[in-house]
Design a protein around this ligand. Structure first.
Ligand code: UDX
Length: 443
């Protein structure tokens, strides 16, 4: 199959690289000339484990190329994937579809033969209908089938997720698209990845329903963790006890500082907006959005409380700035909210993240950046584990304590065990571990 991937951002690059790795011929298009030049030189615009190797290999084998020339890429393609950004629109949170619609119009002008147009970008219900309308209006002769095929990629594990998906969802209204999509995903079909064909609107909604449900699951356990602290229970054991029930499942029950990233915050807001527009409000999702925002702010207060109620002039070290490990992405990261509230309370901030410091520099004003976790801890009055990067999981606590001014650790990801940290002389604050009836705290 010949595939044109419109938009060489996160989703476009991962999808394009993986499709070419399946043996398809893929041309990735972007209107950012510098990005395309860099990609042609093997330089990645984003950090994603394994992506560079995949791109360099498939480009060398001649199956993957990068261009700004949308017209020729689309003209030769059997399928054109739209993978441009859909940021939250300022003001109302609705997904901003300007890039999707302008891509649709551009694609329409370049269609030469029957082509399947596939929306990979996360788009609200009904967007496929609008894309089809734009294409027909721009070029009435264009012979297209417009399909929805949402991505379910986690940053940091995107290639694995692409190659071993739980499911492939394809929403179509024109049966001619079915054999094309089946052929594109055939390598996964052989791996028995279930491929689900549905209507286009249903497919569009599946993506929002999935992400919102996961956000809700995280928010549930986060609220449960607050209750655990009050009643003297242990949230990790509660989560394990719940998760062993197959109907619930153990995943996405890790209590923490609140979810962030490029998907959950944006997609929950967009679903709330769609539901309101269709006069069918989703109150659970509305509450999830609200609780998560408040939680991120509450984490700053937790750190202040751990420092004795006042952080003025105190040096606080944040370990992990990305919204989760294995990514350089800081969009909606709890680290940002926490940093800003600590800074406003008068703290001096030092941060360290293995990949996200460049992105953090322009966003977290007033933070100084360290070379590593021990460097960050020098003279610190408190160390806060915000993101559970592997390299923060087994820090030498003796060494850490020896460089700090006051040995206080706030572990927002429950990476450490209390007895281990306190044995080294730290005051330790975790998430969702309340005082038991005998006065001890487990976890
Ligand atoms: C998510 C979805 O998982 C993916 O399917 C979708 O296509 C895009 O959005 P991503 O945003 O990359 O992926 O990260 P994910 O691993 O889902 O984590 C999202 C946020 O939830 C992170 O801030 C993470 O720290 C938080 N989280 C996740 C928790 O706080 N607890 C958990 O148990 C799981």
């Amino acid at each position: 199959m010949r595939i044109a991937m419109i938009g060489s951002g996160y989703v476009g690059l991962v999808s394009g690289a993986c499709f070419s790795d399946f043996g398809h011929t893929v041309i990735c298009v972007d209107n950012d000339q510098r990005k395309i030049e860099a990609l042609n030189e093997g330089l990645m615009p984003i950090f994603e484990p394994g992506l560079k190797e995949l791109i360099v290999q498939n480009a060398a084998d001649g199956r993957l190329s990068f261009t700004t020339d949308l017209d020729s890429a689309v003209a030769q393609a059997d399928a054109v994937f739209i993978a441009v950004g859909t940021p939250s629109r300022r003001g109302d949170g609705f997904a901003d579809l300007a890039y999707v619609y302008s891509a649709a119009a551009e694609i329409a002008r370049s269609i030469r033969q029957f082509t399947v147009i596939v929306t990979k970008s996360t788009v609200p219900v009904g967007t496929g209908d609008e894309i089809e309308r734009i294409i027909r209006e721009t070029n009435p002769d264009a012979d297209v089938a417009v399909v929805s095929n949402p991505e379910f990629l986690r940053e940091g594990a995107a290639i694995k997720d692409f190659k071993h998906p739980d499911r492939i969802v394809v929403g179509l209204e024109d049966e001619r698209a079915r054999p094309v999509m089946t052929e594109i995903y055939r390598p996964l079909y052989l791996n028995q990845a279930p491929m689900m064909f549905t209507s286009r609107r249903t497919s569009e909604l599946i993506k929002y329903a999935s992400n919102s449900f996961l956000a809700l699951k995280i928010t549930f356990i986060n609220e449960m963790s607050d209750l655990c602290e009050r009643v003297g229970a242990n949230v990790q054991e509660v989560a394990r006890g719940m998760g062993l029930d197959n109907r619930i499942g153990a995943k996405f029950l890790n209590a923490g500082p609140g979810y962030g990233g490029s998907c959950f915050p944006k997609d929950t807001l967009a679903l709330v907006k769609t539901a309101q527009d269709f006069d069918s409000p989703m109150r659970l999702v509305e509450a999830t959005v609200d609780i998560n925002e408040k939680r991120k702010r509450a984490m700053g207060r937790r750190v202040i409380a751990a420092c004795g109620g006042d952080v003025r002039g105190k040096r606080i070290a944040l370990l992990g700035l990305a919204f989760k490990p294995d990514t350089d992405d800081i969009r909606d990261s709890p680290a940002i909210t926490i940093s800003l509230s600590l800074r406003d309370a008068g703290a001096k901030l030092v941060g360290y993240d293995p990949e996200a410091m460049d992105n953090a520099r322009s966003v977290i004003e007033g933070m100084t950046f360290a070379e590593g976790p021990y460097d960050a801890a020098i003279d610190a009055d408190c160390i806060v584990v915000v993101t559970e990067w592997s390299r923060f999981r087994a820090l030498d606590l003796g060494r850490l304590k020896s460089v700090m001014r006051t040995p206080v650790m706030v572990d927002l990801r429950n990476v450490y065990r209390r007895d281990e940290v306190t044995r080294h002389g730290f005051s330790y604050f975790s998430i969702g571990h309340g005082q038991q009836s005998d006065g001890t705290i487990k976890g």
